[in-house]
Design a protein around this ligand. Structure first.
Ligand code: SAH
Length: 270
């Protein structure tokens, strides 16, 4: 039967993958791998005969010269490779970082599979926000701190309207920004534009390489968030930003693990 299995690799710690994902990885013949997938997953959980194809793709908004670079495959090229192998009846796995349904272009690939009448399964996993929340001790919806959480990205600067930025400051929801580390200045400018809206009980956390032994957490008040960028200058990829009252809990509940069995390098396929 012609089929593609979409597998969520989790945010970094290779042991955050599900048992169901491992079951399929072991049987796979062809694995199409994204950026931000731990190479340890392939080493540890796939069989030795499988073919691995790295299809790491920068955002569709990257410059055309990058898209011409063979290292940066276009979505069309990725679709073609996936369809080619599925039509040959191979056991095809599409392995993506975090959870496959969160900020991952899975829909483009599903549309393509439907065109060719190829069936699929989607295996959920730990998205970066959830992994970062656990490994930093920031419960995103802690009672009395936040009753909702929002996952946000900025495809282009205009994708969020001015009134939404104001609402972001007023809400008690925890906000998690993905794919935004290049746009931190812009995001913080927008958020603190109107000083009246800054609530002193809210903090900002930037979580770098969450769930790996290199994880780093930087926290700051909203007032000082620009200062944080000036001081640190550059945050390593991948990073995300958590904003809300819940970030206060990090100081109290942060923890460290002595259960990392994996090397301190090469956590992500880049
Ligand atoms: N599908 C993925 C998200 C892909 S978008 C998921 O569910 O997590 C890529 C963005 O996710 C990165 O730019 C970064 O903001 C975030 N991200 C992924 N892994 C991360 C990690 N280990 N630590 C911090 N942020 C991470």
């Amino acid at each position: 039967m012609k089929k593609v299995i979409f597998i969520s690799a989790g945010p970094g710690d290779p042991d955050l993958i599900t048992i169901k994902a491992v079951y399929h990885l072991r049987k796979s013949e062809v694995i199409l791998v994204d950026r931000l997938v731990s190479p340890e997953i392939l080493k540890k959980y796939s069989n030795s005969k499988r073919k691995i194809i790295y299809v790491g793709k920068r955002s569709t908004y990257c410059s055309s010269s990058r898209n011409e670079n063979p290292l940066y495959l276009t979505q069309k090229k990725i679709n073609d490779i996936m369809i080619y192998h599925a039509l040959q009846g191979k056991y095809v796995v599409r392995l993506k970082g975090g959870d496959v349904s969160i900020f991952s272009n899975i829909m483009d690939e599903l549309i393509e599979l439907k065109k060719y009448d190829i069936s699929y399964e989607i295996i959920p996993g730990v998205t970066a926000a959830v992994g970062a929340a656990a490994y930093t001790g920031i419960p995103l919806t802690a009672r009395g701190y936040a009753s909702s959480v929002r996952f946000i990205t900025l495809h282009d600067p205009n994708s969020i309207r001015q009134d939404q930025w104001i609402e972001f400051m007023k809400t008690s929801d925890t906000l998690v920004f993905y794919m935004c580390i290049q746009k931190l200045d812009y995001i913080f400018d927008k958020l603190i534009m109107n000083k009246r809206n800054i609530y002193t009980d809210k903090l900002v956390a930037i979580v770098e390489q969450a769930t790996t032994p290199m994880q780093k957490v930087y926290t700051s008040s909203l007032y000082n968030c620009k200062e944080l960028i000036r001081k640190e200058k550059k945050f390593l990829s991948p990073s995300l930003v958590i904003i809300g009252k819940t970030v206060n809990l990090h100081r109290k509940f942060k923890w460290t693990s002595d259960l990392y069995f994996f090397p301190k390098k090469n956590y992500f396929v880049s």
